[in-house]
Design a protein around this ligand. Structure first.
Ligand code: SF4
Length: 366
């Protein structure tokens, strides 16, 4: 049994049609429920009918978050290892079709970046790269080994690997893996026409390989703006539901990457408003009170300052989205545009001013 078996039982068009037929009475019924909500309930929470109930959804989401997580917000920062990539995802600044300077950081350069990040106060670093021969398992393992003494918590967001590779990275000290399906919809192959990433099933089964490898935490996400966000959200909720029941030893986190402009003049085919993004965040919290929810600097200062209080448990700050962006180069193109340009100090001051506690370290590796 794998998620692919579950996935094949669902039909994109009929799930989408179900979501769009929900009524205000359905929303009132789900919001008045006590205890856990089902996947059928999730269709209602992300439906157009729920838009008029955003205030009620936000209140429930906020309450559930305070009950389960208290008033903490975990702080993390990405460290881009490489912008080399053999794929040509249509929405990405690092697509091999874009003629930009390419680099994979040497180990000394990784340490130089880490030094700047450490001085900002971060204990949780997320290593990011495209798909290339230069970023193989040995390179990742070396990065984890040299960063271990400096950080409490090291995660990766890199192309999918085999179970045995995850096992060796976990052995080296890897804490979490973030792997986004991008879209669960029928247009996946249009956005990922070539390269390894065009293999939809291999990507879809990555969380199963991670669960089998025994990873501590997995991060899920879909690119908001590639296809109908309500339907993609439901498929990801189904994926989360399956994973929580199957790989129950792992913890889960959901991110909300809203598509931004990138090199190559890509324009997201679907627009999602701020209000709709709030609905999406609240829907996941009401569906699963244990899942961590993360909001990155892709979102504006104004949006983050208000919305993090409704259910978010992790935030990045001071992020650069290019390799060497913290200490080495300022002329390499970013993977995507960052909207919140504040320093970590400014972001954590805002979090504290709103009565929350920014947490730099919540893990100690013996
Ligand atoms: S999204 Fe990832 S795999 Fe696709 S082009 Fe960008 S870096 Fe490469």
């Amino acid at each position: 049994m794998s998620f692919l078996t579950c996935y094949r039982q669902y039909n994109w068009n009929s799930i989408q049609s179900d979501i769009y037929q929900k009524t205000p009475a359905d929303v009132e019924r789900v919001l008045s429920k006590r205890g856990s909500r089902t996947l059928e309930d999730f269709k209602i929470l992300v439906s157009p009918a729920a838009d008029c109930y955003l205030k009620e959804m936000a209140a429930i989401s906020r309450l559930l978050t305070r009950q389960r997580f208290g008033n903490i917000v975990q702080m993390y920062i990405p460290l881009y290892l490489s912008n080399e990539c053999t794929n040509s995802c249509k929405y990405c600044g690092f697509s091999k079709k874009n003629e930009i300077p390419r680099i994979t950081l040497s180990i000394d350069q990784v340490l130089s970046e880490a030094n700047v990040i450490k001085n900002m106060g971060f204990e949780h670093v997320l290593l990011v790269s495209g798909e290339s021969k230069t970023v193989d398992v040995d390179y990742l393992k070396t990065c984890i080994n040299i960063l271990q003494p400096h950080f409490a918590n090291i995660s990766i967001e890199v192309p999918p690997l085999e179970q045995v590779h995850y096992e060796s990275l976990i052995e080296a000290g890897l804490h979490a893996v973030y792997i986004y399906q991008e879209t669960y919809g029928p247009e996946y192959s249009i956005f990922h026409p070539k390269g390894k990433k065009s293999d939809f099933n291999y990507r879809l089964l990555t969380p199963d390989r991670l669960g089998a490898a025994g990873v501590y935490k997995m991060g899920l996400g879909f690119l908001i703006g590639l296809d109908d966000w309500r339907t993609d959200a439901w498929f990801m909720a189904a994926h989360l539901d399956y994973l929580v029941k199957t790989h129950w030893r792992s913890k889960y986190c959901i991110s909300f990457p809203r598509l931004r402009a990138a090199a190559g003049n890509f324009r997201p085919p679907i627009e999602i408003s701020d209000r709709q993004l709030v609905q999406l965040i609240c829907a996941y919290r009401i569906f699963d009170e244990n899942v961590e929810l993360s909001l990155s600097t892709r979102e504006t200062e104004l949006f983050r300052d208000h919305v993090f209080q409704l259910g978010i448990t992790a935030m990045s700050a001071g992020s650069k989205t290019s390799p060497g962006g913290y200490s080495l180069f300022n002329d390499i193109l970013d993977q995507f545009q960052v909207e919140d340009l504040r320093t970590p100090e400014q972001v954590t001051a805002m979090i504290s001013a709103k009565g929350y506690k920014p947490v730099w370290k919540d893990w100690f590796r013996m």
